[in-house]
Design a protein around this ligand. Structure first.
Ligand code: GAL
Length: 613
């Protein structure tokens, strides 16, 4: 489905527009300023429920009609929200059962936003009804260019542990496992006397005395993501009934700290992938994080152009201290996203609010008004993007893929792991950073994607792995790809059951290595390793006892490229390399090296694969 109308035929430019916060005369100034800034679209109505449906089934569309007409008169396309992100007070007052409940059983009360339970039938019915009403009213409006279902699902309301979620979880488990035997087996309930004899005994993983069952927790994450996806799909279906030809999206959140939804599953159900990304300059590698996120969104979009729905012109307001951005940063950040596949650049929000929880969040028109350096920068960006028309719709080409799987992330960050100080993203981000510093573009893709076109595949901490995905990696290597697998990959199956016989079970044969024991490192601790060349380096977070078995392999043995030089593993392999008969190479990296060592290693991997760096 074409998104050309939101892009004005080039690179789209705009942001969230909340006219209900302003008197009518301000709207006229808004559209004039939008023209000055080169805005092509706005997202309208995200938090407008209480202004549209003023009582149960009572609609006041007049103001929204006016806003739609005005925007259309000024040539601005509308990404129209279904307005269901936050229910109005009348709804939670009449139906307090829509409110979400946290892990300790505490209700999350209204007074902020997104205070609804993903499995509340009342909430679902009211939200789907409003989505349908919105579509019925605006399907043929000439300003309408895209539908924006809800907003940032799970930003605040996941997971919910209420009784309705408990019942829905049981239904989800019944569908997944069929019977209790399969459930007990998948969850390993032989451990700690957890065997279920009736599905009714199963609860959400609420606050426990100590370590909860990891597969129970993992399934709850899957279920929670699926619950919201079902709700998204119900709203999308209601919209589609009246408005079949307009593309539908919902804004994902691909920032590093957000991990509630499995966007690779979600992406199958949107017409165009959009995401929100807020750079956090106080994080250790902010530019690299932005680049990783953009390459990940492109992977989620299957390589197609995608929409940067929200970012900020300057400070956010949700950190303890919120530094302003230097002038010029927003230009650079926006263009970095465009270079990595975005063909629309949006902000939260058009005009900075005077009141409410986000009044100190920056916007395209700041409190100071249009006579401000910030607004001049916004105009400059609009002008720049307007001049980049010819790259709209183009695709990024990459020889290198980094595999990324949210389900592996959930499992790897589950309870009681060998090193809880090691975040799943640490390794893929470190690899991506090293590649980026060499000017090498990488796609960040799901392991179930088509891997056949890549010359280099990196498999970082793919802790759980589906057999088909491990086979696809091996098949790519057999066909000539150079594969680099890192520690803590291929350790467990998708139920988080360890693959026995020596780690990493799913990749042992491909790599020609066997690990008997992990030696995770304490925060701040490092271990010395020889580099891939002559240089000495260090490893952090992880080390392990790697051997190269000589007798149990078909084909060539792995060679040792680098060894540990101190600590309990001194003299043991740290990095290995195995040449495969079809020209492929299987590398294994058993620690997280310092940046220089990782760069050197990747230089060798790339050179071997003939990828310029
Ligand atoms: C997003 C949200 C926006 C706004 C923004 C502030 O989470 O979609 O409505 O709150 O963050 O950074």
């Amino acid at each position: 489905m074409s998104v050309a109308r939101i892009n004005g035929g080039g690179i789209g430019y705009g942001g969230d527009y909340n006219p209900e916060q302003w008197p009518r005369q301000v709207w006229d100034e808004d559209v004039d300023l939008m023209a000055r800034a080169g805005v092509t679209f706005v997202t309208l109505g995200v938090f407008s429920w209480s202004w549209i449906e003023t009582a149960d089934g009572v609609y006041e569309f007049d103001w929204l009609d006016d806003a739609m007409d005005l925007l259309h008169e000024h040539g601005i396309a509308v990404d129209l929200a279904t307005a269901t992100a936050t229910p109005p007070p009348w709804l939670s007052h009449a139906h307090p059962e829509v409110l979400p409940v946290d892990v300790e059983g505490r209700t999350r009360w209204p007074g902020s936003r997104q205070a609804w339970c993903p499995n509340s039938p009342v909430f679902a019915a009211k939200a789907v009804r409003l989505a349908g009403e919105m579509a019925r009213r605006y399907a043929d409006h000439p300003a309408l260019a895209m539908w924006h279902i809800s907003n940032e699902y799970a930003c605040h309301n996941l997971p919910c542990y209420c009784d309705r979620c408990a019942a829905a979880f049981r239904r989800w488990l019944h569908e997944r496992y069929g019977g209790l035997d399969a459930l007990n087996d998948a969850w390993g309930t032989a451990f700690w006397s957890q065997r279920y004899t009736d599905l009714e005994q199963v609860l959400p993983p609420r606050l426990t005395t100590t370590i909860p069952n990891p597969t129970h927790v993992l399934d709850y994450r899957r279920f929670s993501s699926d619950s919201l996806l079902a709700l998204y799909r119900a709203e999308a279906a209601a919209v589609r009934e009246h408005s079949p030809d307009i593309p539908i999206t919902t804004n994902f959140m691909t920032m590093r700290h957000f991990d509630h939804l499995d966007y690779h599953r979600w992406a199958q159900h949107v017409d165009v992938v959009s995401t929100d990304h807020y750079i956090v300059n106080t994080w250790p590698h902010p530019r690299a994080e932005l680049a990783f996120s953009a390459d990940l969104v492109r992977g989620i979009a299957g390589g197609a152009p995608w929409i940067l729905m929200e970012h900020s012109t300057s400070a956010v307001n949700w950190q303890p201290t919120n530094p302003a951005k230097a002038l010029g940063q927003t230009l650079r950040d926006s263009l970095a996203q465009v270079a990595r596949g975005a063909d629309t650049v949006g902000f939260f929000q058009w005009r900075q609010s005077r009141a409410g929880a986000e009044k100190y969040h920056s916007a395209m028109v700041p409190h100071a008004g249009p006579d401000s350096a910030r607004f001049r920068e916004v105009c400059e960006l609009g002008d720049l993007l307007g001049r980049l028309k010819e790259i709209a719709g183009s695709r990024v080409a990459a020889d290198v893929a980094i595999l990324f799987d949210t389900q592996a992330r959930w499992a790897a960050e589950g309870p009681a792991m060998p090193n809880s100080a090691l975040a799943y993203l640490d390794t893929p981000e470190a690899v991506h950073r090293a590649l980026r510093s060499r000017g090498v573009t990488a796609d960040v893709v799901h392991p179930g994607s088509d891997l056949s076109g890549y010359r280099v595949l990196i498999v970082p901490t793919l802790y759980t792995v589906q057999p088909a995905h491990a086979e696809a990696v091996a098949a790519a290597a057999a066909a000539g790809a150079h594969v680099l697998v890192t520690f803590f990959s291929g350790i467990a199956d998708p139920d988080d059951h360890v693959l026995l016989g020596g780690y990493p079970g799913a990749f042992r044969e491909l790599l020609g290595v066997r690990v008997e024991e992990f030696f995770p490192l304490l925060p701040g601790e490092t271990v010395a390793v020889t580099g891939p060349g002559d240089a000495a380096g260090t490893g952090r977070s992880w080390s392990e006892d790697v051997t190269v078995p000589r007798d149990s392999l078909d084909g060539p043995l792995a060679g040792v490229v680098a060894t540990y030089t101190d600590g309990p593993l001194a003299g043991r392999p740290a990095i290995t390399r195995r040449e495969l008969p079809g020209g492929g190479v299987a590398w294994y990296l058993s620690t997280l090296p310092d940046d220089a060592t990782l760069r050197d290693l990747l230089a060798e991997v790339l050179a071997g694969a003939g990828v310029p760096a």
